[in-house]
Design a protein around this ligand. Structure first.
Ligand code: 3HC
Ligand code: NAI
Length: 708
C-alpha cells in the first residue's frame, strides 16, 4: 500500500488510517488505498470489524480541491468518483466504523456516511461545505444525508454548507457515539460491540425521507431563503434540487441526478471563481521574501490612539480576541463618546444573541479608556487611528518613539498617507507598518497590511499572524496613495459619477452594479461611507491633480450642500427614518445644473456600459498596481475586493472577472473608453502585454510564483 493510507490490525479489528497531511484530502491514491485496506480486512479471517480513521489533525476534509481544476481544464477525466469505494464500504460484511476528529467535510463526510457507523470526538465538525466552492456534494452526500438526519436538516446542511458540531450531529442521528477519551481506543471498543450486529445500509434506510406533503414546504422555504440570502448563486439551488431527488427517486436514480447537477456546477464560472477564492484566501498568507519560519513578536497587550469611528472598532477587535487594549483620546468627551459607541455595539450583539452579557462584560473590561500614555510603554503594539493629517500623525509617532518599548510594533490606520513619511518621524522605521482596517472595523474582514520601505520581516510576519488572531484576512500591500483597495475604488467611483453626469440615472447605476452582484451600488456606498471623506481627501491632494484631466463634479457639490450621505440624512439619495434611500428632486436639479454648466448633453447609457466602465476601471488600475508590485499577486487584489468592498465571491474578484471576460476583450473596451473619455482611461501596460500574449492575470501570478 502507498504511504497515503496505512493498514494495521489491533487483534480482531483492522485499522485503516488516512495519512495525507495536512487535512487528509481524498487526493489520487487515497480512495484506492482505503479500498485496498478494506479488501485486506475482508480477506483476513481474524478481522471482525474495521475502523477508518484519519492521521494528523483531521478525519478527511473532503475531495482534493486542486483536482477539480484539472477536470474542468480537460487535463483529467472525471471517472466514477468515490462511488465504487462508498459501495464497497457500505456493502462490507465486516462493519466499518468511521472514527472522526478534526473535520469530516464534503467527500470526508460522504465516506463516513457510507460506513456502517460513525463515532467522533465532541470537538470535531462535520459538514457538506461544497456550496462554498460553488458545487454540491458529488458522492451521494445529498442522498445519504437526508436518510440519516431527515430532509429539513439535510437541505440546510447542503444549501448553506456550514459545519455542524458533533454533539448536535449526534442528536440528529449522524453520529452514533461521542467518544470522550482516546478516539482510536473508543472506536475499537465500539467496533467490537457492533461486530456481530446486523447492519442496515444507509442507502436502504428510507424512514426519514418524509412524504411529499411534509417535504414541499421545506423545499419551497429553502428556495425562498436562497433567493434572499444566496442571491445569484446556482449551487445552493442545485443542492436543494439534489436533496429533493433523494425524496422522489430511488437511491441509484438520485445519485445520477446528483451527478448531473454536480457536473453543471463544477463546470460553471461560479465554481471556478469560488475555488479561486478558496485558494486565494490561503495564498495571500504566503509572502515570497518573508518565509514561514520568520520570528514573530508575541502580542499580549495592545494600545489604540483615537476612539473615533475606526479606533473604537479596532479596540473591539483586540478585546474580542482576548487581548487587553488601552484606548487613548484627547478629551473626556471624545473618550466617553467612543466608549458609548463600543458598548452600544456590544449590546446589539448581545440582543442578537451573538454572545452573552457575560462575554460582553469581559470584552468591555479588556478596554481601558484613558487620556494619557500611561501603560503604553508595556504595549506590544500601538495602533494610531487619529484624524487623517500628516502633521498630526508625525507628531504622534515621534511621541510614541520616546514611549514605546523597542520591540513594540507601531501601526497606523491611515487610509491615504505615506507610511514611510510617518515612519520617518521615528528612529525605528523598521517597526512601523500600516494596519488599514475597513469600516466598521469590528465587522469587516479585510486588513490591508501596508509595508513601508523599511518595515522589518518580523513586523510583517507578526502583522499577518495577528490579522488571523483578530479574525481578519490580512493582505500585504505596498505603500502607494490609497494602497490597493482605495486606489482602485477611486476610478470605480469616479466612473459612477461620470456616468450620471453623462445621462445615466442614479438608481440605474446602482442597480446595474447590484445586479452584477455587488453588495451595494457605488453611489449608495458613497452615501454610507460619507461623501465628505473623499471631499476632504480631494482638497488635501488638490495640488497633485493634473491640469486638463476630467474631474467628477457632483460629489463636491453635494458636500457643499451639506449632503454627506446617510450621516446627514441625505447625499445622492434622501434617507427616511429607516435609512431607506429615496430619490430626491433636489439632486435631479443639481445634476441638470451641473450638466448644463459643463456643456454635457445627456445621452442614454445602457446597463452594459455601466458595468464595463466600472469593472474595467477596477481591472485597469489593478493591472498598474500589479505591475508596480504594490500587490503581490492579482489574487491578492481579488481577496481585498471580496472582503473589503462587497465584490461577489461568485465573480472571483475584479481581476478574476477580467480573466473570465478575456483580457483582449477588456483591453478593447478600455481602448474604446480611452478614445472617448481621454487620459484617465490610458490602458495599463500590463493589461496590454497580457492581452497581447493571450494570457490572464492568473497566469501572470503563476509565472511570478515560479520566478520567486
Ligand atoms: N483539497 C485540497 N487542499 C486542501 C483542502 C482540500 N479539500 N482542504 C484544505 N486544503 C489545503 C489548503 O489549501 C492549505 O494548503 P496550503 O497550506 O498550501 O495553503 C492546507 O490544506 C491547510 O488548509 P487551511 O489553511 O485551510 O487549514 P485550516 O486548519 O485553517 O482549515 C479546513 C482546515 C477546515 C479543513 C479547511 O482547509 C477547509 O475548509 N477545507 C476545505 C473543505 C472542503 O471544502 N471540503 C469539500 C471539498 S469538495 C468535496 O469534497 C466534493 C465531494 O462532495 C465529492
Ligand atoms: P474620527 O474622526 O472618527 O476619529 C478620530 C479620533 O481621533 C477622534 O475621536 C479624535 O478625538 C481622536 N484624536 C485626534 N487626535 C488625537 C490624539 N492626539 N490623541 C488621541 N486621540 C486623538 O476618524 P476615523 O474615521 O476613525 O479615522 C481615523 C483614521 O482612520 C484616519 O487616519 C482615517 O483616514 C482612517 N480610516 C478611516 C476609515 C473610515 O471609514 N472612517 C477607514 C479606514 C481608515
Amino acid at each position: 500500500m502507498s504511504d497515503l493510507v496505512l493498514y494495521s490490525t489491533q487483534q480482531d479489528v483492522a485499522v485503516i488510517t488516512v495519512n495525507n497531511p495536512p487535512v487528509n484530502a481524498l487526493s489520487p491514491g487515497v480512495p484506492e488505498g482505503i479500498a485496498e485496506g478494506l479488501a485486506k480486512a475482508a480477506a483476513d479471517e481474524t478481522v471482525k470489524a474495521v475502523v477508518l480513521i484519519g492521521g494528523g489533525r483531521s478525519f478527511i476534509a473532503g475531495a482534493d480541491i486542486k483536482e477539480f481544476g484539472k477536470v474542468t481544464s480537460g487535463e483529467k477525466k472525471r471517472e466514477g468518483g468515490l462511488h465504487p469505494l462508498l459501495y464497497a464500504l457500505e456493502d462490507s460484511v465486516k462493519p466499518v466504523v468511521a472514527a472522526i476528529h478534526g473535520q469530516a467535510f464534503g467527500g470526508g463526510l460522504e465516506v463516513a456516511m457510507a460506513c456502517a457507523y460513525r463515532v467522533a470526538v465532541a470537538a470535531a465538525n462535520v459538514g457538506q461545505p461544497e456550496v462554498k466552492l460553488g458545487i454540491i456534494p458529488g458522492a451521494a452526500g445529498t442522498q445519504r444525508l437526508p436518510r440519516l438526519v431527515g430532509v429539513a436538516k439535510a437541505v440546510e446542511m447542503c444549501q448553506f454548507g456550514d459545519p455542524v458540531k458533533v454533539p448536535v450531529a449526534a442528536k440528529l442521528g449522524l453520529i452514533d457515539r461521542v467518544i470522550e477519551r482516546d478516539l482510536l481506543e473508543g472506536a475499537l471498543a465500539y467496533a467490537r460491540e457492533v461486530a456481530a450486529a446486523p447492519v442496515m445500509k444507509v442507502r436502504e434506510r428510507n424512514e426519514k425521507l418524509g412524504t411529499a406533503e411534509e417535504n414541499a414546504p421545506i423545499f419551497s422555504a429553502a428556495r425562498e431563503a436562497a433567493k434572499k440570502r444566496q442571491r445569484q448563486l446556482m449551487a445552493p439551488l442545485a443542492a436543494i434540487a439534489a436533496v429533493e431527488a433523494a425524496t422522489t427517486m430511488p437511491f441509484a436514480e438520485g445519485v445520477k441526478e446528483e451527478a448531473r447537477l454536480f457536473a453543471e456546477c463544477l463546470f460553471s464560472t461560479q465554481s471556478k471563481a469560488m475555488i479561486h477564492v478558496f485558494f486565494g484566501e490561503r495564498t495571500v498568507a504566503k509572502i515570497p521574501n518573508v518565509p514561514k519560519e520568520t520570528v514573530t513578536y508575541p502580542i499580549k497587550r495592545a494600545a489604540v490612539i483615537g476612539a473615533g469611528t475606526m479606533g473604537g472598532g479596532i479596540a473591539m477587535n483586540y478585546a474580542n480576541a482576548g487581548i487587553p487594549v488601552l484606548l487613548k483620546e484627547t478629551s473626556q468627551e471624545a473618550l466617553d463618546r467612543g466608549m458609548k459607541t463600543i458598548s452600544r455595539n456590544y449590546a446589539g450583539s448581545v440582543a442578537k444573541r451573538r454572545f452573552t452579557q457575560q462575554a460582553m462584560d469581559e470584552r468591555m473590561a479588556r478596554i481601558t479608556p484613558q487620556l494619557t500614555y500611561d501603560g503604553f510603554d508595556e504595549a506590544d503594539i500601538i495602533v494610531e487611528a487619529v484624524f487623517e493629517g500628516m502633521a498630526l500623525k508625525k507628531e504622534i509617532f515621534a511621541a510614541l518613539d520616546g514611549i514605546a518599548k523597542s520591540d513594540c510594533i507601531l501601526a497606523s490606520n491611515t487610509s491615504t498617507l505615506s507610511i514611510d513619511e510617518i515612519a520617518s518621524a521615528t528612529k525605528r522605521p523598521q517597526m512601523v507598518i500600516g494596519h488599514h482596517f475597513f469600516s466598521p472595523a469590528n465587522v469587516m474582514r479585510l486588513l490591508e497590511i501596508v509595508r513601508g520601505r523599511e518595515t522589518s520581516k518580523e513586523v510583517i510576519a507578526t502583522s499577518m499572524g495577528l490579522a488571523k488572531a483578530l479574525g481578519k484576512i490580512g493582505v500585504l500591500v505596498g505603500n502607494c496613495r490609497g494602497f490597493v483597495g482605495n486606489r482602485m475604488f477611486g476610478p470605480y467611483r469616479r466612473e459612477a459619477q461620470f456616468l450620471v453626469e453623462e445621462g445615466a440615472a442614479i438608481e440605474a447605476v446602482d442597480k446595474a452594479m447590484y445586479d452584477f452582484g455587488m453588495a451595494m451600488g457605488p453611489l449608495q456606498v458613497g452615501d454610507l461611507a460619507g461623501l465628505d471623506v473623499g471631499w476632504r481627501i480631494r482638497k488635501e491632494f488638490q495640488h497633485l491633480e493634473a491640469a486638463g484631466v476630467r474631474k467628477p463634479l457632483l460629489e463636491d457639490r453635494l458636500c457643499e450642500m451639506g449632503r454627506y450621505g446617510q450621516k446627514t440624512g441625505a447625499g445622492w439619495y434622501k434617507y427616511d427614518e429607516n435609512r431607506r434611500p429615496n430619490l430626491d428632486p433636489v439632486v435631479e436639479d443639481l445634476i441638470g445644473q451641473v450638466r448644463a454648466a459643463a456643456g454635457i448633453t445627456p445621452r442614454a447609457v445602457d446597463e452594459a456600459e455601466v458595468t464595463d466602465r466600472l469593472l474595467y476601471a477596477l481591472a485597469n488600475e489593478g493591472a498598474r498596481i500589479l505591475e508596480e508590485g504594490m500587490a503581490l499577486r492579482s489574487v491578492d487584489i481579488d481577496i481585498i475586493y471580496l472582503n473589503g468592498y462587497g465584490f461577489p465571491a461568485h465573480r472571483g474578484g475584479p481581476m478574476f472577472y477580467a480573466d473570465t471576460v478575456g483580457l483582449d476583450k477588456v483591453l478593447a473596451r478600455v481602448r474604446e473608453f480611452h478614445a472617448q473619455h481621454g487620459p484617465l482611461w490610458k490602458p495599463a501596460p500590463l493589461l496590454e502585454r497580457l492581452a497581447g500574449e493571450g494570457k490572464t492575470f492568473a497566469q501572470f501570478d503563476r509565472a511570478a510564483a515560479a520566478g520567486a
